[in-house]
Design a protein around this ligand. Structure first.
Ligand SMILES: *[C@@H]1O[C@H](CO)[C@@H](O)[C@H](O)[C@H]1NC(C)=O
Length: 489
């Protein structure tokens, strides 16, 4: 994520004060996590279905007085000062409530396919959402990525410039922080404990305390604001994309669990102290367009974004074991029965053999693009590897960007830089595209579909049938030319 401070667009909180709906739902909504089955795979044993569920992040939820559900603790983008005079009292006075996933938030699941709708108008307008995969109703599923691979299908055809349908991992606590912070009574069940490499300060509860102190309502987002505290942790962006651009990005931190930060400097919140937090906010990213292949990803291109495709990501370790250190993040795609190798780097000054995230790739990229190498400073691949060893939470979201209009993903960024300079052009979206005001009206019906999530040993997930014993086991890298049909090798 580049600037998730901007992503929040909770509007449920306001619902209760509107007369009709508010009085009808004066009591708490039961929290029923929608089921999202996924599969775990091994090379020898094939794949078995896991009965996962998802939960909505706490920030999107209705937050009200424990004594009187008709009194909001948070309305629009401000806290009730009586209920929330300070973070501790606020945490004691305020309750998160259950969610109407489909009706209020546009989150629906059919079979193994999760659809996240961008704007949902019920009694109020909701923009975007963020959900986590759960192992049970009270714990997040913890993924240990080292020496494993992840595959999923995605449909970005209805995600235009300025939107981001994201699938990524954050090193959150499995219980949402309940055991480390006993004043957090809601836990993973209610989607608490979020953190990422931006050390976001728009999070309403961090470490069992409200983030209400020094809260500053956003000037552009009617539902968001920023508090004194942020929540930092390792983040592996497997997929951040719309139908124009896509990136995968590793963001290491020097901390190996969710960690609170306080203030602009420690949270790296302003341009002058962007690199002062414990995390790397830029990350080392692979965006095919930015890396010089402008005909790889998009409508009608090699990876054709007008229809569904499979994204496969491999987390290779230096010694080829689950206990090794992350040395490479490989990517390929499967579409129309064909495996598509990731694009190769085509940037003057960089090696053209590069097609994955490695230390060499990151070092060359930062140098040639003239970017600050915060990635290296915060530990590089070995740094994020520690987070991966402990396990990370799978996050799925759709969002728009109040800070930079998503141009860091899909346009020329920084917008005032020469677009022909290396690293500036990231996609075909215009520099005036992607404003929340525009996309929330013009693309209100946009959505992303993530389906068929598979996780397991290298080369186990994207082949839908088990490999019969006696056949050669494919190497980590698929053969250069793969004319065979999906499922026939
Ligand atoms: C804030 O909370 C107090 C205490 O519950 C309540 O009396 C008051 O009406 C609330 N204010 C708003 C604007 O909801």
């Amino acid at each position: 994520m580049f600037s998730k401070a901007a992503l929040l667009a909770l509007s449920y909180a306001a619902i209760i004060v509107t007369t009709v709906f508010g009085q009808q739902v004066g009591t708490n909504t039961a929290e029923t996590h929608p089921s999202l089955p996924w599969t775990k795979c091994t090379r020898s044993g094939g794949c078995t279905t896991q009965s996962g569920k998802v939960t909505l992040d706490a920030n999107w939820r209705w937050l009200h007085s424990t004594e009187d559900p008709n009194t909001n603790c948070y309305t629009g983008n401000t806290w009730n000062a009586t209920l929330c005079p300070d973070p501790t009292t606020c945490a004691a006075n305020c309750a998160l409530d259950g969610a109407d996933y489909a009706g209020t938030y546009g989150i629906t699941i059919s079979g193994n396919a999760l659809t996240l709708k961008f704007v949902t108008n019920s009694q109020q307008k909701n923009v975007g959402s963020r959900v986590y995969l759960m192992a049970s109703d009270t714990e997040y599923e913890m993924f240990k990525l080292l020496n494993q691979e992840l595959a999923f299908d995605v449909d970005v055809s209805n995600l235009p410039c300025g939107l981001n349908g994201a699938l990524y991992f954050s090193q959150m606590d499995a219980d949402g922080g309940m055991s480390r912070f006993p004043t957090n009574k809601a836990g993973a069940k209610y989607g608490t404990g979020y953190c990422d490499s931006q050390c976001p300060r728009d999070i309403k509860f961090i470490n069992g305390q409200a983030n209400s102190a020094g809260w500053s309502p956003s000037s552009s987002d009617p539902n968001a604001g920023t508090g004194q505290y942020g929540s930092c942790c390792n983040e592996m962006d497997v997929w951040e994309a719309n139908n124009r651009a896509a990136a995968f990005t590793a963001h290491p931190c020097t901390v190996t669990q969710q960690t609170i930060c306080e203030g602009d400097s420690a949270c790296g919140s302003t341009p002058t102290n962007r690199y002062a937090s414990v995390c790397d906010p830029d990350g080392c990213d692979f965006n095919s367009f930015r890396m010089g292949n402008k005909l790889f990803y998009g409508a009608g291109l090699t990876v054709d974004t007008t229809k569904k495709f499979t994204v496969v990501t491999q987390f290779i370790t230096d010694d080829g074991t689950d206990t090794g250190t992350l040395s490479e993040i490989r990517r390929f795609y499967v579409q129309d029965g064909k495996v598509i190798q990731n694009s190769r780097v085509n940037v003057p000054g960089m090696s053209s053999s590069l097609d994955s995230i490695t230390t060499d790739f990151c070092t060359q990229q930062k140098s040639v693009f003239g970017d600050t190498n915060s990635f290296q400073d915060k530990g590089g691949l070995a740094g994020i590897s520690k987070g991966m060893a402990d396990g990370m939470v799978l996050v799925l979201s759709v969002w728009d960007d109040h800070a930079a209009n998503m141009l860091w993903l899909d346009g020329d960024y920084p917008t005032d830089a020469d677009p022909s300079a290396p690293g500036v052009a990231r996609g075909t979206c215009g520099t005036t595209s992607g404003t929340p005001a525009y996309v929330e009206t013009s693309a209100a019906n946009a959505f992303v579909v993530f389906s068929n999530i598979r996780f397991g040993e290298l080369d186990s997930t994207y082949i839908p049938i088990p490999i019969p014993t006696g056949n050669p086991v494919p190497t980590n890298t698929p053969p250069a030319t793969i004319p065979t049909k999906y499922g026939q090798w």
